[in-house]
Design a protein around this ligand. Structure first.
Ligand SMILES: Cc1cc2nc3c(=O)[nH]c(=O)nc-3n(C[C@H](O)[C@H](O)[C@H](O)COP(=O)(O)OP(=O)(O)OC[C@H]3O[C@@H](n4cnc5c(N)ncnc54)[C@H](O)[C@@H]3O)c2cc1C
Length: 422
């Protein structure tokens, strides 16, 4: 008998899982509250960069509609606003890419439908899950909204914060001049915040996503609390003032006459993301397994751009296991967790570490930044490893590891190892 899999939520996790299952001969049922035509009128959800490992998964799923030679970006610029500012660049091995999710997600939903995937449009309530599960072999929950999140208990040891660590002001803008190489730029204003600039494809072509991560109680927090809609001109003036003060190399590239939200007033999002890790599954009263996938399992602050990338990674691993195993029980989820968690937990731990260490100006992190700012090979490796957060966590999980990472590379031992392996 064919497998019956329910997926609740058509974000990146649910869509990529759905496409994977279809590709392997399983027709899942996707429950979602949005039709493809509804996305274009919605407020910006996020500003997501897909690292090239995720783009490669899209190639595998046949849903990469935005080839990297046209839509990709090629590395990261870094600006650290210390008294003697540091500026450096690192390359990615393959281009990464950012598409407005109001374009990306409906396109993947259309792919899913055109390949025969079943969809039920409804806002699923938490109480519906038991009834849904009785129709299916297992239910994958890919939305953490409201009580869905509560189905899966928080894991305290992996959830160090009980509230957002940054006050976010995120928007898609026009009027920002390009960088020399098309790249993400990461800016650090010690004691005040971080800013990530992402070249992003949206409804009117190229725009600039600014993810402005403001320290709570700092000089920039006002950006998260001042409403664009109440007085757009005053908001833009305030933003320009703050950019000139904290992120001068970005401000230099802005045409102040043109600078505004790129498509209109829906292009801004303000608030905060409470980081959390939840249990990966719940056993329902009828004995069926409900599996957490994507943000509902692990939510991270967007400062390092990891959430959707780890959701995509976990979606394909879960898909592979659903296809190759026949019994969906405790042992099944144990195997799924073993396969997905090094990356998922690596990303959450590394992100939480960076939030803390950037906030407190941890000397170990400052030493690391100093080292990579002076050595292009190190900057390239750090940049490429945004694809592999478990490798970042190998480096950052203790001061000893940071020292060892730097020393190994500066002494040439890493080159020697690579040469021997080649
Ligand atoms: C400002 C910002 C910037 C970010 N930048 C990055 C980045 O650069 N890189 C990165 O990897 N990640 C980034 N993220 C994180 C990323 O957006 C999330 O990790 C990712 O979108 C999670 O995908 P998901 O499928 O788990 O959930 P979601 O994308 O939240 O999808 C949930 C889906 O469920 C549907 N749904 C919700 N409730 C119901 C219901 N009751 N019934 C039926 N359907 C329902 C929704 O319509 C939606 O389609 C960013 C996040 C923010 C906020």
């Amino acid at each position: 008998m064919s497998k019956r899999i329910a997926i609740i939520g058509a974000g990146t996790a649910g869509l990529q899982l759905g496409l994977y299952l279809l590709k392997h001969g399983v027709t899942p049922t996707l429950f979602t509250d949005r039709r493809p035509e509804e996305y274009s009128g919605m407020r910006l959800f996020n500003t997501v960069a897909h690292h090239h490992v995720t783009v490669e998964r899209e190639d595998l799923l046949g849903c990469n509609h935005w080839p990297s030679d046209e839509f990709g970006y090629f590395g990261h610029y870094y600006y650290v606003g210390t008294p003697q500012p540091l500026q450096f660049y690192g390359d990615l091995v393959q281009p990464s890419r950012a598409i407005d999710y109001r374009i990306y997600q409906p396109k993947l939903l259309e792919d899913y439908i055109s390949r025969g995937g079943e969809v039920r449009y409804k806002t699923v309530a938490h109480e519906d899950v038991a009834a849904i599960s009785s129709e299916f072999d297992t239910v994958v929950v890919c939305t953490g909204k409201g009580p869905f999140g509560e189905m899966f208990k928080k894991v305290p040891a992996l959830t160090p914060f009980d509230r957002p660590q940054r006050a976010l002001c995120v928007g898609l803008f026009k009027g920002v001049g390009p960088t020399q190489t098309r790249a993400v730029s990461m800016y650090f204003s010690p004691g005040a915040g971080e800013l990530i600039e992402i070249p992003t494809w949206s409804f009117n072509g190229w725009t600039t996503a600014l993810v402005i991560e403001n320290h709570i109680g700092g000089d920039l927090e006002v950006l998260a609390n001042t409403k664009y809609d109440e007085d757009p001109k005053a908001f833009i003036k305030l933003l320009l003032d703050k950019l000139r003060k904290h992120y001068p190399t970005l401000a230099e590239r802005i045409d102040e006459q043109e600078f505004d939200l790129a498509n209109g007033p829906l292009d801004i999002l303000q608030g905060g993301v409470p980081p959390s890790v939840r249990e990966s599954h719940a056993l329902l009263d009828n004995g069926k397994l409900a599996i957490a996938l994507g943000d509902v399992q692990a939510t991270v602050d967007p400062v390092l751009g990891q959430g959707a990338n780890m959701a995509s990674h976990a979606a394909l691993i879960l898909g592979e296991h659903l296809v190759t195993h026949d019994v969906y029980d405790k042992r099944f989820i144990e195997r799924v967790d073993n396969a997905r968690n090094d990356r998922v937990l690596g990303a959450t731990r590394w992100t939480n570490y960076m939030l803390n260490s950037l906030g407190s100006l941890d000397p170990n992190l400052l030493q690391f930044i100093g080292a990579i700012s002076q050595n292009r090979h190190l900057a390239d490796e750090f940049t490429e490893n945004f694809n592999f957060p478990e490798l970042q966590w190998d480096c950052f999980s203790s001061p000893e590891r940071i020292q060892a990472w730097i020393q190994k590379r500066l002494s040439g031992r890493e080159d020697a190892r690579e040469a021997a392996a080649a």
